[in-house]
Ligand binder design. Structure first.
Ligand SMILES: Nc1ncnc2c1ncn2[C@@H]1O[C@H](COP(=O)(O)OP(=O)(O)OP(=O)(O)O)[C@@H](O)[C@H]1O
Length: 368
């Protein structure tokens, strides 16, 4: 099995720069999620690897050999897309078999189709035409077609976007072991950070055509490289406040909405940075009725249930607003209540306000 490598890949369409200096290696059996906002260049990246168009700069290698300029069918790549792209006039069985590029005896083709469909639990619909398949079955058929040729590289473009919530949840649980069994180097595009975190060994965060962070999911959540990355991971998204940290008395301190708050151990480097964004995730806020050190007074403006949590909209005395996500069954404040907001010093993330990059001591916290 082979490693996929991108070396300083760049691509423009007219004035639009869709890929800038992209370098990334995906090992055989590894799943790397490509995650980023709409229009950040995820599909362009996959299409360059697949050979639908070529990069303007840089190189793409599979098993150490450049594939730039090679015809798509000779690249050893399997693909499945969000719109499934099944041939409408072919049965599921024939759609899956069409993924086998090398000629094989009819008996062998049938045996391979059977074994891959058993794995994907679609044996019972092999004789059906695509119009007779549910979205979940279409998606599994497209995956089977991508996997049947034992590709060295597997490209999945948001394959769960068009399936219902229940199936998406199931597939998030099943896909990693299924994909790993194939030993392909997998690039998995998604717009959903939860999906990226559930499925991938590493996440490559793409913003504006640039890879801004490539790391394990828990690493990205706990130590986002920039405020832009921090905002992409988390729902509700991270709370931010403008602060000017000051080192003193063995700790790093800042004023949040007029209240002095201890952020973490003293860090001269951060104190010298000047203006920063303070980031605290809604899950890391503690709400109580007790005033005291590091407690920021706030008023509860609204409470909304969300998944298994309750989200509180809090307004500080300076008019700024933060969100807190609490377990549904925790002792709950009511709207209009006056409360105090705290967070553990190690939950505080700091980002340079000019560059947006994270600054300060490595934080100890783990992903929620
Ligand atoms: N064939 C093309 N010709 C011209 N511009 C293109 C082409 N394909 C993509 N682009 C541009 O490249 C940029 C990146 O597009 P891309 O489809 O890769 O984004 P994406 O991250 O996959 O978005 P989404 O998550 O919405 O699918 C966009 O500005 C898009 O308009």
């Amino acid at each position: 099995m082979a490693r996929l490598e991108l070396n300083a890949v760049g691509k423009s369409f007219g004035p639009v720069r869709c890929a800038e200096d992209l370098s990334l290696a995906v090992e055989p059996g590894e799943i790397v999620a490509v995650f980023g906002p709409s229009g950040s260049g995820k599909t362009v990246l996959l299409r360059m690897i697949a050979g639908m168009f070529e990069p303007d700069e840089g190189d793409i290698l599979v098993g150490g050999q450049s594939i730039v300029g090679a015809p798509p069918e000779r690249r050893g790549i399997g693909m499945a897309f969000q719109n499934f792209a099944l041939f409408p006039h072919m049965s599921a069985q024939d759609n899956i078999a069409s993924g086998l590029r090398a000629r094989a005896a009819a008996g062998e083709v049938a045996a391979r189709v059977k074994s891959i469909s058993r794995l994907l639990k679609i044996e019972h619909v092999l004789g059906h035409m695509p119009r007779e398949l549910s979205n979940g079955q279409k998606q599994r058929t497209a995956l089977a077609r991508a996997l049947i040729g034992n590709p060295e590289v597997l490209l999945l473009d948001d394959p769960l976007r068009n399936v219902d919530a229940k199936l998406r949840y199931e597939m998030r649980l099943e896909l990693p072991s299924l994909l790993r069994r194939s030993s392909a180097a997998v690039l998995y595009v998604t717009q959903d950070y939860r999906e990226a975190m559930a499925i991938a060994d590493r996440i490559a965060v793409l913003i504006g055509g640039r890879l801004v962070q490539v790391a394990r999911p828990e690493e990205i959540y706990a130590r986002p490289a920039s405020v832009a990355v921090a905002r992409l991971f988390g729902d509700p998204s991270i709370n931010l406040a403008e602060v000017e940290p000051v080192a003193g008395q063995g700790s790093l301190n800042a004023e949040v909405a007029g209240t002095p708050v201890r952020l973490d151990a003293a860090d001269r480097q951060v104190a010298d940075h000047g203006p920063c964004w303070l980031g605290v995730r809604p899950d890391d806020l503690l709400i109580s009725r007790q005033a005291g050190e590091n407690a920021i007074p706030a008023r509860v403006v609204a409470i909304t249930p969300m998944h298994e949590k309750a989200v509180l909209l809090l307004r500080f005395s300076d008019g700024s607003e933060w969100l807190a996500a609490l377990p549904q069954n925790s002792a709950m404040a009511s709207a209009e209540d006056g409360v105090f907001v705290r967070f553990a010093p190690e939950a505080a993330l700091l980002f340079d306000r000019a560059t947006g990059l994270r600054v300060g001591l490595p934080h100890r916290r783990q992903a929620a």
